[in-house]
Design a protein around this ligand. Structure first.
Ligand code: CAO
Length: 447
């Protein structure tokens, strides 16, 4: 048995091409010419083939590394003397023998510039940042036998459309997945009942391309790079808006007494900032207990609802770099003062960019409070895979008819967006009425 070096073969003019997919892991048995890693330039994707059959002893590269010709990718304990001379990666164009720097064949137009490159995969941070449904488990997480068999071009095509290739049946030779197989999969997913669209089909929306306008033709402009948080939360928000059928239910809670109590309590605990949000967290927990389907998530298939027996509440925090949603854990076990303290800590942490991914995971339900700023109502976007989010606007004193006269009452506008696949309108109206009742009678919150 010999140890064989797998190196990046001649890939034409290309240099520093990022590794976008690890196709094998240490200990995997590979066949001669089997793809080890996928590289992706702006024009093409290609796999570095195994120069020998055997077992991967060591991987010398990792996801995101930039590779050029001749760089070592892996060491393979080869089974036999079956060692192939280095040759161009699969799907990479063959080098014409006469030209030392061959041209790279342009892939089909739809395979160029993927809408979602792995490097853009939303990290588990902003906006609750669940791993998006678009990209599936990487091939390296699958056993070799289960790994979808497809050319890099088809892989790229699938990635663009957010299709998990492990769910696609291949009809080409030896079960290889073709572009048509991916298209058929998408057509079936779109034809399926709405509930199953929670499955990772993800995209497939036949949308027009984004308008490409040269604004400088109309006046002076300045281009600003978007922050990482904005890009990540934007991608999550766009997916959630497109995939979840949102409905927003509005309600006004009479918080006259709650506010009087809050002010009294605030005076007693001067070192603590006690805003209406803390009371809202308590009221939300009470409502989640009363209506458990709001403390739930659809599973990936859309077939099952997963009910949670814990009460972790995400709070949308506005930071100079964009929106983040840290999570306050076990809010059912904490009192108003403890929650106020934690809320203060996570807000500061968020604005100081000190939140870690775990600070933003595990949320059951989110609250987005714009009450400190203003507004009368808004329609918040659900933080998937949660099924509802509460928007809070600025309270205002308004005349309320008590049956015989108008009374000045402090009303807090609530906007509950919910996933209509999971929650019916009547349930949402009950939920918001219950919330208003809780906020209207502060004694209940203290129970
Ligand atoms: N009605 C009236 N006043 C309110 C209020 C409401 N609903 N909510 C808060 N206030 C008051 C507070 O009592 C506080 O008053 P004082 O300064 O007199 O104490 C003031 O408004 C400012 O409150 P705050 O915003 O600093 O504190 P908070 O606990 O209400 O909110 C936090 C904390 C971190 C959620 C908030 O600062 C924030 O970032 N909000 C924005 C969230 C956001 O961007 N959501 C949009 C998501 S969709 O893009």
């Amino acid at each position: 048995m010999a140890t064989v070096e797998a190196k990046v073969p001649d890939i034409g003019n290309y240099k520093d091409i990022p590794v976008i997919e690890m196709l094998v892991k240490v200990g995997d048995r590979v066949k001669l010419d089997q793809g080890l890693v996928s590289l992706e330039s702006d024009k093409a994707t290609m796999e570095v083939p195994a120069p020998a059959a055997g077992v991967i002893r060591e991987l010398k590269v990792k996801l995101g590394d930039s590779l050029s010709e001749g760089m070592l990718v892996a060491l393979i304990d080869s089974d036999a003397a079956e060692v192939a001379p280095a040759k161009p990666p699969s799907d990479a164009p063959k080098a014409p023998t006469a030209a030392p720097t061959p041209e790279v064949k342009e892939p089909a137009p739809e395979a160029v510039t993927p809408a979602v490159k792995p490097a853009d995969k939303p990290a588990p941070v902003a906006a609750g940042a669940s791993t998006p449904a678009t990209l599936s488990a990487s091939a390296s997480e699958l056993p070799v036998s289960a790994r979808p068999h497809a050319s890099p071009g088809v892989r790229l095509f699938a990635r663009e459309l957010g299709v998990d290739l492990s769910r696609v049946s291949g009809t080409d030779r030896k079960g290889r997945i073709s572009k048509e197989d991916v298209q058929t999969f998408i057509k079936k997913a779109l034809a399926a009942p709405a509930t199953t669209l929670a499955a990772p089909a993800g995209g497939g929306l036949n949308l027009l391309p984004w308008p490409n306008v040269d604004f400088s033709k109309f006046g002076e402009v300045e281009t600003q790079a978007r922050s990482r948080i904005k890009k990540i939360s934007g991608a999550n928000l766009a997916r959630n808006w497109a995939m979840i059928p949102h409905v927003t239910q509005f309600e006004d809670a009479d918080v006259t007494e709650m506010e009087a109590f809050r002010k009294r309590l605030g005076e007693e605990s001067k070192d603590l900032k006690l805003t209406p949000l803390v009371f809202l967290i308590k009221a939300v927990v009470a409502a989640l207990k009363q209506f458990p389907q709001f403390n739930a998530s659809l599973d990936e298939s859309g077939e099952n609802l997963i009910l949670k027996r814990y009460f972790h509440v995400g709070i949308a925090v506005d930071t100079p770099d964009g929106l983040v949603v840290p999570v306050l854990r076990d809010c059912d076990k904490k009192g108003l003062l403890e929650l106020a303290r934690e809320l203060g800590t996570i807000s500061v942490k968020a604005r100081d960019k000190k939140l870690g991914p775990t600070d933003m995971q595990g949320g059951c339900f989110s609250i987005s409070s714009l009450g400190g700023i203003g507004g009368t109502a808004f329609t918040p976007i659900i933080n998937a895979p949660e099924v509802a989010i509460l928007g809070v606007s600025k309270s205002a004193t308004k005349p309320v008819w008590d049956g015989s006269a108008f009374q000045p009452r402090l009303l807090l506008p609530l906007s509950l967006s919910y996933d209509h696949r999971v929650i019916d309108g009547a349930q949402a109206a009950r939920f918001t009425s219950y919330l208003a009742q809780q906020l209207g009678d502060v004694r209940r919150l203290l129970l």
